[in-house]
Write a protein that binds this ligand. Sequence first.
Ligand code: NAP
Length: 295
Amino acid sequence: MTRPAGGPVAVLGLGTMGAGLAGRLLDQGVQVRVWNRTADRTAPLAKAGAYTAAHPADAVAGTSAALCVVADGEALGAVLHGPDGVLSAGPYPGVLICASTVGPDEVAQIAGNGPTVLDVGMLGNRDHARDGELRLFVGGEEQAFRSVRPLLETLGKDVVHLGALGSGMRMKLLLNLLMGIEVQALAEAAELATACGLDRQLVLKTIAGSGFASPVMAFKSRRLASGRFEEPDFRLRLMAKDLMLASKQAAAVGLSLPLATAAAETHVRATEQGLGDQDCAAVTRALIPKSGTDT
Ligand SMILES: NC(=O)c1ccc[n+]([C@@H]2O[C@H](COP(=O)([O-])OP(=O)(O)OC[C@H]3O[C@@H](n4cnc5c(N)ncnc54)[C@H](OP(=O)(O)O)[C@@H]3O)[C@@H](O)[C@H]2O)c1
C-alpha cells in the first residue's frame, strides 16, 4: 500500500544539490528527514529544523517520498541496499525519487521498476536547488508522478513528465553531454589563447560577452579566468561519469558521437590526474602539456 503524498520527506545525500533541495523544502514548511554518509554535513540542516537520521532506513521512516541525491550508481546502490539501506526492511511504501544522475537502465536495476519509483533529471545548480528554480525531467508511472507533483513543483519552476522510468536520465544525460562539450571547448579556446601569447583574461571576457556565450559559458569563463576550481558547483568526476554514461547510451542505440567520446576521454583523464573533486571547469588543467625532460 502506497503512503499518501504530502507527509514528511526524506533527503538522502547532502552534497551540493541535496543540501540545497533539503533547505528549500524546509523553507517551504515541509518536514524533512535527512541523512548523509559524512555525518557533519547534516549540521546546517539540523539547525534549520531537519530531523537527522542515523541511517537511510531511519531517514525514510514515516515519509511519503524519499529523494536520493547521491553521486552515482554505486552510491545509490549503497543507500538503497546497503546495511540499514532504504530497502533493507522491504519495499519502501512512499514514492522513491532517484535524482542522482545514473544510466537510464541503472535506475530500474538499482531501485527496481516498481510503480512508485521515479527518476528525476535535475537541470540547474546549487542556487537553483536552494531557490526552487530547477528544471526537473521525470520518468516513471503517471500515478506516482501525479502524487509527488506538488513536491516536485516546490523544487522546480519547470516539472516535465517525459514517460517511462529512465526517461528523466535520458534527458539529463544529453543535457550534460552539451555542457561537458561546451565547457571543454571553452577551456580549449582559453589554453590556445594563452599558448599563443594572447591575454587570457581578455579572451575569456570577450567570449563571455560574445554571441558564442551561454549563461553557463559566461559563468565558467569566470572560473577559468580566476583559475579557482575549489568549492565545485559541479565536480569534474561527476561530469566524467555523465559523459561516459552519455557515450554508453549513444553506443546502445547504435550511434557513434565523436565529440561525446573525446570529451568523455578528456574528463576521465582529468579525473585520473587528481582533478575529480574540483569544479568541472578544471578540465582546462588536463589540456596543458606536462613540462619535463621527456623526449
Ligand atoms: N551539482 C550539480 O550542479 C548537479 C546538477 C544536476 C544533477 N547533479 C547530479 O546530482 C547528484 C549529486 O550531485 P552533487 O553535485 O550534489 O554531488 P556532490 O556534491 O559530490 O555530493 C555527492 C553526495 O553523494 C554522497 N555519496 C557519494 N558516494 C556515496 C556512497 N558510496 N554512499 C553514500 N553516499 C555517497 C556524498 O556523501 P559524502 O558527503 O559522505 O561524501 C554526497 O552526499 C549526482 O548524480 C550529480 O550528477 C548535480
